[in-house]
Design a protein around this ligand. Sequence first.
Ligand code: ADP
Ligand code: ASP
Ligand code: MG
Length: 424
Amino acid sequence: MGRIVVKFGGTSVATVERIRQAARHVKREVEAGHQVAVVVSAMSGKTNELVGWVKDAGGVDADQREYDAVVASGEQVTAGLMAIVLQSMGVASRSYQGWQVPIHTDEAHAVARIAEIDPTNLEADFAAGLVPVITGFQGIAPSGRITTLGRGGSDTSAVAVAAAVKADRCDIYTDVDGVYTTDPRITPKARRLSKVAFEEMLEMASLGAKVLMIRSVEMAMAHNVRLLVRSTFDDPDAPQIAPDGTPGVPGTLVCDEDEIMEKQIVSGVTLARAESKITLRDVKDRPGVAAAIFGALADEQIVVDMIVQNISDDGSTTDITFTVPDAEHDKAVKVLEAAAKAGRFEYSRLSTAKGGAKVSVVGVGMRNHAGVAASMFKALADKGINIQLITTSEIKTSVLIDDEYAELAVRALHTYYGLDKEDA
Ligand code: ADP
Ligand code: ASP
Ligand code: MG
């Protein structure tokens, strides 16, 4: 007997019929003797619709506290429906909204971070044989107002609940049967990974593999919560655990690197689209200028990714180029112009280009292998793809390229690094 947190994404709860299918997975775990807590997303498409309504009502400057009040509602519906469906199947259950658990967050509306989850109520439910169904994606700020965690946030809710109740596992049910070497929508040659290290998953999620929210992987790594990414469409009544203790159903275990015997040099290729490139020309160079520029952006919660700095021959000025998601482009430009006006730094010209594509290769094996970046550039050159920006870390190399070549690049690299499925 163990304790499991199961999370159902938007597709898994898209209709009442799907909720019934999801509930059968829960029932199976309960009947196997486990204590189960459920975390749900909103029905797929619902959060987009809610965000659209907020934009309609208040534009991009809408009060973020009210944005949260509106967009958190999608999960309230599915949590209640899931509890009703479980009850109808003979599984005792009750729903919780974030504030009822309570899931405490900071005050950063629309991008809140979970500070703490009080497990008292959930523990009482386990003791009473109840299955708590918790709204993902939301919590309560110290001010008492509802917060949301950022898009895709119910993964993070699930991991946080798993950490709070010290669950043995956190199962993420989604519309794919695991984590793939690349987004299976880009190439049918993508292969399911049976295991992936927390660190690799963190890079992959950060670089565009939106199968798990970045923050959820960070949290799983910090609290050593093993994640099983699996398909909601699996037969709920199929046998689950193989005799040797490995999952008997298709899925990907996200776990500690030590649990993975064979470390690939490249485990995955990722693609993030809609990346804006912003360049500040002739920035007056002095100590602290980069801190001033990126500090101004950070103050407004704008996450910057690739950064390149070119110093002029005489060292007096520098061009600074970086990327932000297209969605942050306008805000970033506004912030930079305002900060320059306020005298925090000086530049001659600001130029921007929206719609770039960031393609990355990721693998823990890269740590001990030289030349991965060079071979990646060669593979792209062979396809005639021009590289605009480059960044690397110990276990990844990323390039910014024209969106037109994005999928070609992913497919070329996937083949180049031997990741293609054998029968494809
Ligand atoms: P949910 O609504 O269940 O949270 P998401 O849409 O957030 O589901 O995540 C699942 C999707 O992530 C898949 O449908 C798939 O297209 C996409 N995806 C991107 N990269 C990968 C990858 N490397 N492996 C698996 N899925 C991926
Ligand atoms: N419903 C939220 C979203 O669409 C949270 C989630 O699905 O994880 O972003
Ligand atoms: Mg998701």
